[in-house]
Design a protein around this ligand. Structure first.
Ligand SMILES: [Zn+2]
Length: 379
């Protein structure tokens, strides 16, 4: 990839280009930030830039033999590591090297904006957990010790360093501390806190910021020309700088949760007189999957927080209940006050954890509505 294909992140691109041009690029970096901020796209652009034979104007040329190979992710001095799991094809001893072909296709198909769950599904891992294991670590160590084939540098790319298991992490310590000549490690992680401190102390961290609403809005408009400016701005805000959220599925769910949020609050506000309606709602929504129920409770927590801030007069680009009916949008935030905020958080968090505990979904929802009703009365 070229830097021009990486969305936003202009300051970071300039910084990286400067480091490479002045031969200050570290032997091991960790790009820390969500995949949807562009960590993988950035890693691929950096690798291609370092190796490009004709770099100019702060970008790789995209045309030299090195760029040609990097763009297809087939450069012999570029080594790819990523989380894997067992699949129907690879029933045991899985490792990245057994899935390189699939990984290339997957990354190129998504133009570098990839995410872990969709990768595991793509590789045929269903909903298993993927890790970078000790076989991968052995292969990394071996590749680090090899001579380069054609380039000055060989680059070892690790997507998801937060998914290295302990045994694999330990194997990498030595090689990260005393790097082999002309070897550069570029790793990414969404959850830096999950990486062993001994690894972290051996790499230089580059922090990736969320993309701006303008960058997301431009992407949204390109992909969905039928959207109005109002819809584009609203959806851009919901993405919170994460390009991976620009999917129909995300917005469909967002719509469902928004409607459900209005419903649950209306029922809560009239809990004393609407028992049969509450029952009907609870019967219907208790059929949701556990994952969706948890997502809905998280959605409620985040929306309540925004309503509280709005009520406190904190300036916001958009109303927290934008796209909801006018009367609800106007009145609801006034119900979230310091008298009930903590109580509402507590009951929502409890409802969330009850899903993990496999509690009865109907009782969980019923309980939430009644307690929420009592709390809203206390505003
Ligand atoms: Zn080039």
């Amino acid at each position: 990839m070229r830097f021009s294909q990486v969305k936003g992140q202009d300051a970071l691109k300039a910084k990286v280009v400067d480091m490479v041009d002045n031969h200050h690029f570290p032997h091991a970096v960790l790009i820390s930030g969500k995949d949807g901020y562009g960590s993988v796209a950035m890693a691929l652009a950096i690798a291609q830039y370092i190796a490009c034979e004709n770099k100019h104007d702060g970008d790789s040329c995209g045309e030299c033999p090195s760029c040609n190979k990097y763009q297809k992710l087939v450069h012999p001095d570029f080594h790819l590591y990523f989380p894997t799991t067992t699949t129907k094809r690879v029933e045991k001893d899985n490792s990245a090297s057994l899935f390189t072909e699939e990984f290339r296709e997957y990354v190129l198909g998504h133009e570098g904006y990839i995410d872990f769950n969709s990768w595991i599904e793509y590789m045929g891992g269903e909903n298993k957990q993927g890790i970078i294991n000790v076989r991968d670590a052995d292969s990394i160590v071996m590749n680090a010790t090899l001579k380069t084939f054609v380039s000055k540098y060989k680059i070892i790319f690790v997507w998801g360093a937060d998914r290295l298991n302990a045994e694999a992490s330990n194997k990498l310590l030595k090689i990260l501390e005393e790097p082999y000549p002309n070897t550069i490690f570029i790793m990414t992680a969404e959850h830096k806190e999950k990486i062993m401190p001994t690894i972290l102390s051996r790499v230089q961290t580059i922090f990736l910021s969320p993309l701006s609403d303008e960058t997301i809005a431009t992407e949204l408009k390109e992909r969905n020309p039928e959207l109005t400016s109002e819809q584009v701005n609203y959806q851009a805000m919901l993405c919170e700088g994460d390009l991976n959220r620009i999917s129909e599925e995300f917005f469909k769910k967002e719509n469902e949760y928004r409607e459900m949020f209005v419903q649950i609050n209306r029922l809560a506000m009239t809990y004393k007189t609407k028992a049969s309606e509450i029952s009907k709602f609870v019967d219907d929504k208790s059929k949701m999957t556990r994952a969706n129920l948890k997502e809905f409770f998280s959605y409620c927590i985040s929306t309540i927080e925004k309503c509280w801030l709005y009520n406190c007069g904190v300036p916001m680009i958009q109303h927290p209940l934008e796209m909801s009916e006018d009367i609800f949008k106007k009145n609801y935030p006034k119900f979230i006050t310091q008298n009930n905020l903590d109580g509402i958080y507590t009951i929502l968090e409890k409802s969330y954890h009850n899903v993990d505990r496999n509690a009865n979904a109907k009782i969980n929802l019923f309980n939430l509505i009644i307690k929420l009703g009592m709390l809203l009365e206390r505003r």
